[in-house]
Design a protein around this ligand. Structure first.
Ligand code: IFM
Length: 805
């Protein structure tokens, strides 16, 4: 079944019966949320757990009303038609339905009974209001005698969890009141009683409201035996216009737009937002009643995205690859940076989860070129939750900066820190420096997380020292085999072993981080430090190769008693992907061993849907191995395809020169290519998801947890920095492609440190890797080890042409 297609920068959904809801993000976590492809809207301000605005219950069936909709009531030829231009909740026949998933907006087009509606939903940049810009046209051959437009919203209690846990307290606290008189412009003010003057939601439009409904029972009617599909209140001309001091709060605004002649058009702008006080914010509210302000706000959003996406533009001849890299992948990276793991269709934003140090460090890595200031701000926050011993807190709330050790406190007999968190800092900061050249950042003093009794930090250090402490923590926390201790878990959150267990992944991560530090100190001219950290990497490499090579691949962990996990000796969990990919990425595996490890991944872990994280899956719950065994085999971390880990294998393949394999892996995951088998995949074809069920599961190929995943950052890095091979370095832009041998010509426009590089890669010999010749603005330049580094030019642009061979 086909549900839509790609068009320009949009994905156009043309059939609303998608296998699951497909969503799009509007606004930011400061105010915003997501809108699904049938107009349901989940909005929050600041934090979906503590300031949620609309009631959107993901788990309810797709056909149900979810948080927001619009009804159209039209009288044509003496007959009344009532329907929603979003399709849900009226589920009516239509002549045309489109949901255009755009950059920062969704546009819904519906043609029904000769009425064409076009609704653009978005949040103006930096504002706390969601706009529904509704354009209506009579495209039929009859006059529309009367046309009513009724936008409707259902509110959540601001405390999202309370909404679900107390059905007396919540309704007793909810209030709704009209400001203004029916027949005129009117604002419906809604908030919890305790939030009057603190956080008031407003629902309004730019047209007179003849009446309103603020209570769900009154809106649905018949003691709620009226339905969202056919609310009983719409059988009457007007609503009750009652203010409400309790109940399930909704907002419904009746607009009589009058008759619409053949070919005539009308427009109405609806706002749903939040301010401290509605009464003192009328000027602000008036602003987006003006069509020109709404048009300008949308144009500003388009401008932002054009600028953000102009950092890198590629033409490889593979349309699916290019569409992904030029639009959808970097868009997802930015959205993920912004929302971390706070709120999606799957991550429901009820708990006090906060931002993950590990997650956000990786998210940052893909957006530095397009959003350097945001990247730096987030890095500063992440560094400020590092502990004095060099380890890191696991999560923090970005508003309060209160941090926690995540789930690591869950089991008394396990360590209470994560063994990998602090090392991500080094990789992220290093990437930031290489991209921006902002070396002053290293001198910035940032406090460690520990506070005295008054809540003041007890110690601060420069960013550079923070990084060094991170390395020292791992250096000094090793186990029986000389490998880093796992802590509660490493990147794989779900393998939780007893105290004393060691992680080979962290060993690789430590080697990579040490090499990055060695490179940085060498660039800074401190050779002593550079050598010191190089020796850290070399010593770890030796240890890993001595202790963890299993014959055809690397072991993944050693348990507290020294026994291997991820070894041929195990019955289940014999091989884990990350121990192989990171071995190559870190330089711990080279030569034949690197190739053998990657071959094992291909043979044992690859499927047509992607690479599995491990195999075979654990077949029963085993508290000794931890959360991984809570899933059946083939799901999530238990032998499922955990997409985040796939690009690491792609990067490793490019390091060993296997561009065809890297491309095969990339294509397996490219959601655009999944458009052809979407009934299996089910989730949006325009973003990566976090997990796909593997061939060990009866529902193989089914994707879930789309949008907010580290997959987007690493897929983008793998494609642009390793397959196309354009990556920042301390000394300039590296060009080191490793492409499918069938690609014969690629052009890339890349912005780097304020300059534009126009790069052409020619591949007449049909190889994957190795630059044979290179010119910079027509002059030949030196090639080192098959790659080139192009320093930042003095002119605004430069032209680079490389020939592989
Ligand atoms: O690495 C983790 C991430 O931090 C949270 N989601 C699951 C990943 C793998 O376990």
């Amino acid at each position: 079944m086909e549900y839509g297609h790609f068009e320009g920068r949009e994905y156009v959904i043309t059939n609303p019966h998608t296998p699951v809801k497909w969503i799009n993000y509007i606004g930011t976590i400061d105010f915003g949320g997501y809108v699904d492809h049938t107009g349901g809207m989940l909005l929050c301000k600041g934090d979906p757990a503590v300031n949620r605005i609309t009631k959107y219950i993901t788990q309810m069936p797709a056909s149900d009303f979810k948080g927001s909709t619009v009804y159209i009531r039209a009288n044509i030829d003496g007959k009344t038609v009532i329907y929603s231009p979003y399709y849900v909740p009226t589920l009516h026949e239509y002549d045309l339905y489109e949901c255009r998933v755009g950059l920062g907006y969704s546009r819904f087009i519906m043609e029904y009974k000769g009425i064409r509606t076009e609704i653009t939903v978005f949040v103006p940049d930096g504002e706390s209001v969601a706009i529904q810009d509704i354009k209506i046209k009579n495209i039929g051959n009859k006059r529309i005698e009367s046309l009513d437009v009724i936008p409707v919203v259902e509110y959540s209690h601001f405390d999202a969890l309370k909404q679900l846990t107390n059905a007396d307290w919540v309704p007793q606290t909810m209030t709704s009141k009209a400001i203004g008189k029916p027949g005129d412009l009117l604002v419906l003010r809604q908030c919890a009683f305790m939030m009057v003057g603190v956080a008031e939601n407003f629902f309004t439009s730019n047209r007179p409201v003849s009446s309103y409904e603020a209570d769900r029972k009154l809106f649905l009617g018949k003691n709620e035996y009226g339905t969202w599909a056919m609310p009983a209140s719409l059988e009457k001309d007007e609503f009750s216009s009652q203010d409400i001091l309790r109940g399930d709060n909704v907002g419904a605004l009746m607009h009589h737009l009058g008759a619409l002649e053949k070919g005539a058009e009308d427009r109405i702008i609806v706002q749903l937002g939040q301010v401290e006080s509605v009464e003192s914010s009328m000027a602000l509210i008036d602003r987006f009643r003006k069509e020109e302000e709404v048009d300008k706000a949308l144009a500003d959003i388009e401008k932002f995205w054009e600028d953000f996406l102009s950092v890198c533009h590629v033409e490889t001849g593979d349309e699916d690859f290019d569409t992904l890299i030029n639009t959808h992948n970097p868009r997802q990276c930015f959205i993920t940076l912004n929302w971390s793991r706070y709120l999606s269709y799957y991550q429901l934003g009820y708990g006090a989860r906060g931002i993950g140090v590990r997650d956000s460090s990786q998210d940052v890595m893909a957006v530095i070129a397009g959003a350097p200031d945001r990247a730096r701000r987030l890095l500063e926050m992440i560094i400020s939750v590092q502990c004095r011993d060099g380890s890191s807190m696991h999560q923090f709330n970005p508003k309060t900066m209160i941090a926690s050790n995540g789930d690591a406190h869950e089991m008394d007999d396990r360590p209470d820190y994560y063994g990998d968190d602090h090392l991500w800092l080094i990789l992220a900061v290093s990437q930031y420096l290489k991209e921006t050249g902002d070396y002053d950042f290293l001198k910035k003093e940032i406090p460690f997380y520990e506070k005295d009794k008054q809540g003041n930090p007890v110690e601060k250090a420069t960013v550079l020292e923070h990084l060094e402490r991170a390395l020292e923590f791992t250096k000094t926390h090793t186990g029986k085999h000389g490998l880093p201790l796992l802590g509660f878990a490493d990147w794989n959150d779900t393998v939780n072993l007893r105290t004393g267990a060691e992680s080979v992944f962290i060993a690789h991560q430590f080697s990579l981080a040490s090499r990055e530090m060695a490179e940085l100190f060498s660039y800074l001219g401190d050779n002593e430090k550079s050598q010191k950290y190089l020796s850290y990497a070399e010593e770890m490499k030796e240890t890993v190769n001595r202790e963890a090579w299993d014959g055809k691949w690397y072991v993944r962990y050693f348990d507290y008693d020294g026994s291997p996990i991820g070894s041929n000796k195990n019955d289940k969990g014999k091989i884990y992907t990350n121990a192989q990919s990171w071995a190559v990425m870190s330089g711990n595996a080279d030569g034949q061993r690197a190739k053998t490890a990657l071959e094992s991944v291909y043979e044992l872990l690859n499927t047509p849907y992607g690479i599995k994280l491990s195999m075979p899956g654990y077949d029963h719950y085993d508290p000794n191995i931890g959360g991984v065994s809570t899933y059946p085999p083939g799901a999530k971390e238990n032998g499922g395809i955990f997409l985040h880990a796939n690009p690491w294998v792609m990067i490793a393949e490019t390091i060993v020169g296997n561009g065809d394999r890297a491309y095969q892996y990339h294509s397996q995951l490219n959601p655009i290519k999944k458009n052809n088998d979407i009934d299996t995949y089910e989730v949006e074809p325009y973003v990566f998801c976090q997990n796909i069920l593997s061939n060990e599961h009866p529902n193989a190929g089914l994707g879930r947890n789309s949008w907010l995943s580290g997959t987007s950052s690493w897929m983008y890095q793998a494609a642009t920095q390793y397959m196309l091979g354009i990556r920042p370095s301390h000394y300039g832009l590296v060009i080191d492609p490793c492409i499918p041998s069938s690609w014969d010509k690629i052009s890339i426009k890349r912005r780097f440190r304020g300059k534009v590089y126009n790069i052409i890669i020619k591949n007449p010999a049909g190889v994957s890797k190795g630059i044979k010749s290179c010119t910079l603005d027509g002059k030949g330049i030196e090639i080192g080890d098959g790659k080139v580094i192009i320093p930042v030019p003095s002119s605004a642009e430069c032209n680079v042409e490389v020939v592989l061979g």
